[in-house]
Design a protein. Structure first.
Length: 154
C-alpha cells in the first residue's frame, strides 16, 4: 500500500481527522519474538517457550506487547510520508493500550489516523497519529497508540 503523502508539514493541521490508510501485513514469527526477548531481557515463557505456551492461556507463544508497539515505527513510514522537511523526530506517545494478544504466526499491520496537528514553538509541526495495530481476522486490535512526531520544514 502507498503511504499518504503530505508535500509539506504545513499541510498537517488541515488534515486532522483524516484516515491515513494501512501498512502492509507483517508475519510475527518466533525468531522475532526471541530476538526481542534477548534485547529486553523479558524471557517470560508465554513469549519464548513454545511447548509450555501450547498449554497456556493463549495456546501458543505470543508477541510481547512492547514488541508490537515497537513495530509501529516500522509501520509509520508505510502509512504516512511528510516531504520537504529538514528533520523528523519521534517525540513520544500517548494512550498506549494492548487490547488483544498477538499469537506467533499472526499477520499484523498498522492503520493510521491523524488526530492532532499544530505548529509548535520553533516552527516545527507536531502531529499525533493514532496507530491501530490490527491482527488479520482478529476482533480486537493488538495495540492502539497515539504517536507524536515533530517535523521541521526544510
Amino acid at each position: 500500500m502507498a503511504a499518504t503523502v503530505f508535500e509539506s508539514p504545513r499541510e498537517l493541521p488541515g488534515a486532522v481527522g483524516r484516515d491515513l490508510g494501512a501498512s502492509d501485513w507483517l508475519v510475527i514469527e518466533q525468531p522475532r519474538i526471541d530476538q526481542f526477548a534477548e534485547a529486553t531481557g523479558d524471557h517470560q515463557w508465554i513469549h519464548v517457550d513454545p511447548e509450555r505456551a501450547k498449554e497456556g492461556p493463549f495456546g501458543s507463544t505470543i508477541a510481547h506487547g512492547y514488541l508490537t508497539m515497537s513495530l509501529v515505527n516500522f509501520f509509520l513510514p508505510q502509512i504516512v510520508e511528510v516531504r520537504n522537511i529538514s528533520m523528523g523526530v519521534n517525540y513520544g506517545a500517548d494512550k498506549l493500550r494492548f487490547p488483544a494478544p498477538v499469537p506467533v504466526g499472526s499477520r499484523i499491520r498498522g492503520r493510521g489516523e491523524l488526530v492532532e496537528a499544530e505548529e509548535v514553538k520553533g516552527g516545527a509541526f507536531q502531529a499525533k497519529i493514532r496507530v491501530t495495530v490490527e491482527i488479520e481476522g482478529g476482533e480486537r486490535p493488538a495495540c492502539v497508540v497515539d504517536t507524536i512526531s515533530r517535523f521541521v520544514p526544510a
